[in-house]
Design a protein around this ligand. Structure first.
Ligand SMILES: [Zn+2]
Length: 318
């Protein structure tokens, strides 16, 4: 009896230590558990003029400059992926969560050979990678270590798919892309820029001739996540300053999540002033002695009228 009590007390103590040690993960689990799995939009949607329904799930739009947007407004996180075409090749930046196969949409938009690059490895951007033969990833040592015989396995906390009940599917990597390198699509070049912060492997694509940045989750309207496992406020602030220095006031910055003004569904488009506001808020959050904003976890910090920063405590993610 005494032995059983001892074991019980030890187990409770161990569980408490694990919960405190892994506070961000624990809270991420609880936070999503409250939100549902997966969340789907329950209201009637109005599409912006630039968008049209592709089927009863996807919307598509011609963005000009060789780019098409593929949106998933019925999915609760309202993902937007981008298909950028040149004269020889096309690049699909993000694939959505995999609620539905995105490859027929891509095939309907281009006959060119398509390479796929996720902006980062969260489940809502990598859900369809296994449908494609040509997947590229940023050339980072930590990611190389996860590929065995060319097959990449997503980590539990890297994908976070468990939060909405999505499976982690292995996929084949056929190309590693160095930060700063140019992706030549034929008469259209995209520069790959590493922007660690939201996650360590986050990247954006810069199309200089179109004066456009495809931003993934680096920036988009509404809640910016800087509290999930792998997030780092100092890195994020430095990345934001780097992107701010690369763009001008006319640069179109296209994010990966929209539907911030329901019921309107529009392409999530931001500008340099939004990047500047985000950088300033991230710097404040990273460098303040105490927590900013409100709430227990994540901390909710206003950025500007279009964005809110959801952050960890500075001591957790410097
Ligand atoms: Zn995302």
């Amino acid at each position: 009896m005494l032995y059983a009590l001892n074991v019980l007390i030890s187990l409770i103590a161990l569980a408490t230590v694990i919960v405190i040690w892994r506070a961000p993960e624990t809270e991420a689990w609880l936070w999503r558990a409250r939100e549902g799995t997966p969340i789907m939009a329950s209201f009637k949607l109005t599409l912006a003029r630039s968008l049209r329904w592709f089927d009863d799930y996807y919307v598509v739009g011609d963005m000009g400059e060789g780019a098409f947007v593929i949106g998933e407004p019925l999915y609760g996180q309202c993902n937007f992926s981008y298909l950028i075409t040149g004269s020889q090749r096309a690049l699909l930046f993000d694939t959505g969560p995999g609620v539905r196969d995105i490859s027929p949409v891509v095939r309907a938009l281009t006959l060119l050979p398509v390479e796929v690059l996720p902006s980062h490895l969260h489940f809502d951007h990598t859900g369809n990678l296994h449908h494609f033969d040509a997947v590229a990833l940023p050339d980072l040592p930590a990611l190389h270590a996860q590929a065995h015989d060319g097959v990449f396995s997503l980590g539990l906390y890297q994908s976070l798919g468990f939060m909405e009940g999505f499976e982690r599917r292995p996929f084949r990597v056929h190309h590693w892309l160095k930060g700063g390198s140019e992706i030549d699509l034929g008469e259209r070049r995209l520069q790959l820029v590493n922007v660690p912060g939201h996650t360590p492997e986050s990247v954006v694509l810069v199309d200089r001739s179109a004066n456009r940045v495809y931003a993934g989750d680096f920036i988009y309207p509404s809640d910016i996540y800087a509290f999930l496992p792998g997030a780092n406020l100092s890195d994020y602030a430095a990345s934001a300053r780097r992107v701010e220095a690369m763009v001008d006031d006319q640069t179109q910055i296209l994010g990966a999540h929209g539907c911030d003004r329901p019921p309107l569904v529009d392409v999530p488009t931001l500008s340099r002033s939004d990047v500047r506001a985000l950088a300033a808020t991230l710097e404040l959050a990273a460098n303040s002695a105490g927590p900013l904003g409100s709430g227990w976890f994540p901390r909710v910090i206003p950025v500007n009228e279009r964005m809110t920063l959801l952050a960890t405590y500075p001591w957790m993610a410097r």
